[in-house]
Design a protein around this ligand. Sequence first.
Ligand code: WT7
Length: 658
Amino acid sequence: MSETLANLLNETRAFPPPDALAADANVTAAAYDEAAADRLGFWADQAGRLDWAQRWEQTLDWSNPPFAKWFVGGRLNVAYNCLDRHVAAGHGDRVAIHWEGEPGDTRTITYAELLRLTCQAANALTDLGVSAGDRVAIYLPMIPEAAVAMLACARIGATHSVVFGGFSADALSSRIADASAKVVITADGGYRRGKPSDLKSTVDEAVARTDTVEHVLVVRRTGEQVNWGDKDVWWHETVETAADSHEAQAFDAEHPLFILYTSGTTAKPKGILHTTGGYLTQVSYTTHAVFDLKPETDVYWCTADIGWVTGHSYIVYGPLSNGATQVMYEGTPDTPNKGRFWEIVDRYGVSILYTAPTLIRTMMKWGEDIPAEHDLSSLRLLGSVGEPINPEAWMWYRQHIGKGNCPVVDTWWQTETGGMMISPLPGVTAAKPGSAMSPLPGIVADVVDDQGQPVPNGGGGYLVLSEPWPSMLRTIWGDDQRFLETYWSRFGAGANQGDDWVYFAGDGAKKDDDGHLWLLGRVDDVMLVSGHNISTTEVESALVSHPSVAEAAVVGATDPTTGQAIVAFTIPRGNIDTEGDAGEALIAELRNHVAKTLGPIAKPRQIMLVPELPKTRSGKIMRRLLRDVAENRSLGDVTTLQDSSVMELISTGMRSAT
Ligand code: WT7
């Protein structure tokens, strides 16, 4: 990447940890030294935080790269590590889940109860003919049964494939078919935006199109009328009547724990396969280290859905393996009002909050008055995940949610990495707003150029992971070749560059003058303007740093003179007047603001003021659709769009404001 990129983003602020947190932190700077001195020894120590039925003989077998085996010969049960051992240690009465339904109904589930429910579900699944190695699809709303279903599969060695409850029958049936699932666990529905949403008829449609499903296990959540077929059984008639004790059997460290499909926008979804020992080691350690989680006193809340990897690793397996008390919320952040999240933080005394930049920017758009109406003094640590977080969104999160005294940890990772990879350590790092900072202890990452050569500080290029890590994906389900091609053929041995295998993450990144890492979005999102590489993230951050802007999405549109030209879609903050001349004046001001912040090369050709942005259901901006708009094309595939009315809003909103 060019010189220009290195000069973009002049963020110089840095926020050291609060003294009290640093003094009592779970993990100190010594962890970096230990891992640097003996990386495998370091991971073996972290694996020792778990209970193993049989200790491993070899920490890593990398004799057939890039197919890794971690903790070879070791045996353990994931559910035992998440539940039984805490109960055995006398923590059965500790709350595991404070659950809150969208309509306001609540459930409090202790570790002892969660263990009983999981044992019942394990027994019921066994009675339905599920055994170790079988696949079970889970298509549920955010109710405790979602966690119970996952843990019950783990307990009996069945491999779960959770499919996000917002996905269509098409998406569900292709995932059921790809994994040959034997059982589907679903519900009559869930609550979203104040209304019961139907899940069961989607499952009926999906199951009818596949031929491996023997039973559909249905949780009654809404009580709405559902169609009933031969394969259907009620959860309350099977699970809740099953015996509530179950002896967990240990499985091999490399036993398949779950498959999770990444929602590719074009190609067939990839079934990312994660296994048992290495996965649990890394998600458990990173929960302990990055959230500084103290299970006796903290109340943790991750706002993700269980249908995404964040929900797998940082709602179910990471927090529960640490014996955490957590909040789980079923619904949307603005039902029944825009203060819902802050009511929840106040009610349960949430101390650690983990959410996504898209939500933070939405909260910014709604205005700081809303969080200001609630008592957020229980918070002591804030996390972010899912996308690059713009420095201004980071600052807003720190100031208006954390009141200036909570560390913000921006955690970079992927479905494929299974657990966090690059992040500040809250008791150690002086974090810079917008930077994920450094690889965690035991992780080796770098930024390389086109030829795979590491770039110097100040340079930009491609993010790579240069050493295997415990929670790495093991393959793409049923498609080793695609696994090799997608991740291992761009750099390193798989590309005939030297002997070392190098994982290509698909993200652009920059090293600042101190060597800290700045993630710049997917490499497909880098624009080439008059021969200069400019990242969409940096232009978006410049726009969001203007006081009139709540959110921005930038795309490169084909341009006859510059190759690509920068087109920005911008949502103004709530109180900003954009009618007529005021809109024109704001657009002119924003173009100059970007030019001033990043340099004239980054000045957008066009800025559109819009009321909404198109996002996938996991909150990522669909730049592809915006590119279609910017280039006056008809819209491509919109099936993964969260809200189908958004594109209409954008085209009408655009006309009135430009
Ligand atoms: C992609 C992975 C990680 C769980 C949720 C998303 C982007 C994720 C960050 C971050 C910059 C980030 C990357 C990555 N991403 N976290 N902190 N800073 N970018 O999982 O759906 O597999 O997406 O999300 O582009 O490659 P996913």
